[in-house]
Design a binder for this molecule. Sequence first.
Ligand SMILES: *Cc1c(COP(=O)(O)O)cnc(C)c1O
Length: 431
Amino acid sequence: MKYYSTNRQSPIVDFKQATIAGQAPDKGLYFPETIPQVDAAMIKNITSYSNEEIAFRVIKPYTGNTIADEQLFQIVSETVNFPIPLVKVNDTISSLELYHGPTLAFKDVGARFMSRCLEHFVNNNSGTVTVLVATSGDTGGAVANGFYGVEGVEVVILYPSGKVSPVQEKQLTTLGKNIKALEVDGTFDDCQKMVKQAFMDKDINDKLFLTSANSINVARWLPQQFYYFFAYKQWTDKNNPPVISVPSGNFGNICAGILAMQSGLPVQHFIAASNANDIVTEYLLSQKLIPKQAVATLSNAMDVGNPSNFVRILEIFRHQFPALKSKLSSYSITDEETIATIKTVYEKENYVLDPHGAVGFLSLERYLQSHPRQKGIVLETAHPVKFPDAVESCIGKPIDIPVSVQTIMKKEKMSILIKADYGQLKEYLLQ
Ligand SMILES: *Cc1c(COP(=O)(O)O)cnc(C)c1O
């Protein structure tokens, strides 16, 4: 499999080159030259396949000959070694709980796969790679955990001091070894600006091999297809495929789902569930994609004003608006509606949603109201315990804290405090 840049001004590359580079030199996103079709027999008999087998078969065409079969199987086995259950919430809606991984958010899948691919590629080259990433919360934890102890990879994470939740902060700062956390006295935007500057700095690039681990990397994006297949495996009404609602921010997750559908996974329809950041909801009405300044909401991992992966969705549908619109709907949900949804779903169904899942749930309900014969799945992208303030005030009681979180909260935070000043980051990286 070869990958081209969505800006079409960069050379064609293979999976290894795309993974190491992250973004194409022309600032476009890498996209596969063809969309491979999954074996129809696997879809028909999907319940007889293990998750590892499904994952291997889905990803193999994308990695091509850059990773040997045995190693690839090992990588996918380690990627999906935690439960991803489909839980019935009521008669029409089930929740795909993507939060049983080590950092309690769906990003674990992509981060675990990418880190192991990078380890494989770096070992082949016997050099050291520095992964530099800015986080507003969930990405940092997933990347830290995914790369922890990975040979040949140093990880430097920048996060805004006081602006991530206590659980998220501990997930970033307690690992040690090859994971370094820089606590920036500033905002997420400051962190991101500093990271971008480092990627363009000649002094740094002369000394270090820098790469990024954000969601535009193909090795983080493509493995997110796996759990759409796992959802279908657990879907009982195979004659009536599900509508799937995806809480969306940068649109990498939903884009992977749409890719899975184009590869042959039965899906009725996709819902892009958005909070007040409604760029795509507006696009589906006006056919115009107008980036906006992001606004802060309760579902903060979706506070994105210019979703970078949306271009890949356009690419999948070959920029044909009618085709896209026939498979994708979108709703924009307010914080008040998010809170009301967490409350009602807890009271009526005894099921605890996190704010992101709540945005997905209400969007799905809205769609199903006008499509009464269909049933759906909402992707629960994070564990409610990651957002205790919002969730506990809705359900009126403390959330059960998983053992992994209890353990991590007792560990000591290790971070290096720096100013929102590029000079300080540079000095740190060059030392
Ligand atoms: C990152 C994240 C999202 C948004 O996912 P995208 O792939 O960026 O659309 C949604 N929910 C949670 C909990 C997240 O961490």
